[in-house]
Structure formats: structure tokens, C-alpha cells
Write a protein that binds this ligand. Sequence first.
Ligand SMILES: Cc1cc2nc3c(=O)[nH]c(=O)nc-3n(C[C@H](O)[C@H](O)[C@H](O)COP(=O)(O)O)c2cc1C
Length: 215
Amino acid sequence: MEKDLSDYRKSYEKGELLLGNVPENPLELFRDWFIEVDTHFNVDEANAMTISTIGLDEYPKSRVVLLKKYTYEGFIFYTNYNSEKGQAIKNNPNVCLSFFWHAAERQIIIKGKAEKISENLSDGYFESRPRGSQLGAIVSNQSEPIDSRDTLDQKLKVLEEQYEGKEIERPDFWGGYIVKPIELEFWQGRPNRLHDRIRYKLQKDYNWKIERLCP
Ligand SMILES: Cc1cc2nc3c(=O)[nH]c(=O)nc-3n(C[C@H](O)[C@H](O)[C@H](O)COP(=O)(O)O)c2cc1C
């Protein structure tokens, strides 16, 4: 029988987030939460994040990508620069990243600006990928229509033969973006829907303003 979703209720009780305990720099809190979730909670692909862009059609679009590195500067992921998201970012670099780690009852929402990382960095990451993923990146005109699965498989086969025994170079349409944050919100589920929300906003002097938000 179909379930009535309005009856779904869950009390969030796994943690708390208090203004007195948070670091001045949100990237430190991100690192603490990420390591904790990745190590102590049974989360598969804790680095999977949703990225929302504003498209050329002026609609927002969200999809999952994998976070491959985070530093004090920002959050790095890899993709096809000609894809729908790549074109959206070229037109409007303002993006939103979000993580939801159900097992830890935590959500992080990050607003920021995306920019291409250096070619050297993208080369380094591309080299570290398995050959299959390298060829996959070359074969796929990401986000473009294709007539069949077969066409894709055939294209891969041709490339496999072409590159046999040869080094595969990163194509210039594939590489990384770094999202440099201007705002981060950390959400910890609490009982009675009175969740903890702490927001960091980057100020003109590059300090972070920290505020608690109503749930
Ligand atoms: C778990 C997961 C991880 C993914 N990781 C990536 C990634 O790192 N890079 C990427 O380009 N697409 C990744 N994708 C596919 C994207 O969600 C999306 O289908 C693709 O990037 C095309 O998006 P676009 O047409 O909006 O540009 C991933 C999908 C899932 C479900």
C-alpha cells in the first residue's frame, strides 16, 4: 500500500551546534564536520554534493558532483566545461553547493563563485584518474543529446584502440572548478524542529560574520 508521506516524522537528536563552540573560519568547521561524517558515520560518498547553477534559460538547476578537494580558498570539483553546468557558470559564476548527510542529521549550504582552476591542477588530477575515466571524459559530450547507448560504446571502443599503449592527455574541455565561498550555513537537526543553524557571511574586510538563524 502506498504510504502517506504526511505521516513521516523523525526527531533529530544526534548533535548540537552552538555559537560559543564554532571556529571563526567556516572552512575549519567544514573540515571538522566532513572528517567526522566521513570517519564516524556510515556515509557512502560523503563528498557527493549538489551544485545549483542559474542556467542560460534563467532557471536554477541542481545536480550531484563529487567534491575532490577543499582548502581555505574553496571547494574543487571536475566536470566538462562545455556541459550545461559549464555553460551556466560561464554566463553566471554564482553557484550554490549543498551537502546533506542524513546519518549525521547535518546539512551544509554554500553560496559562492565558481572559477576554473589552473590547467596544471586539472592536468594533475586528470593524470591521477584511471584510464577508463580518462577515456570516458573524452568520449562524452556531456549534456548533449546522443542517439543511442550503442553510439557511446562504439566511440569508446574506437578511442581505446586509438590510445592503446599511449598516454591520454586531458582534453581542454574538461577540468576543475573551484567554488570560492561568500556564505556558508551549517544545519544540525535538533528535536521539536528547533534545529541549529549557524550562518557565516564574508564581509568586505574578509572577516566572517557569524549568526544563529531561526530554524
Ligand atoms: C554520485 C554522483 C556523482 C557525480 N559526480 C560527477 C562529477 O564529479 N562531475 C560531473 O561532471 N558529473 C558528475 N555526476 C553527474 C552529474 O550529476 C550530471 O549528470 C552531469 O554533470 C551533467 O550535468 P549538466 O548536464 O547539468 O551539466 C555525478 C552524479 C552522481 C549521482
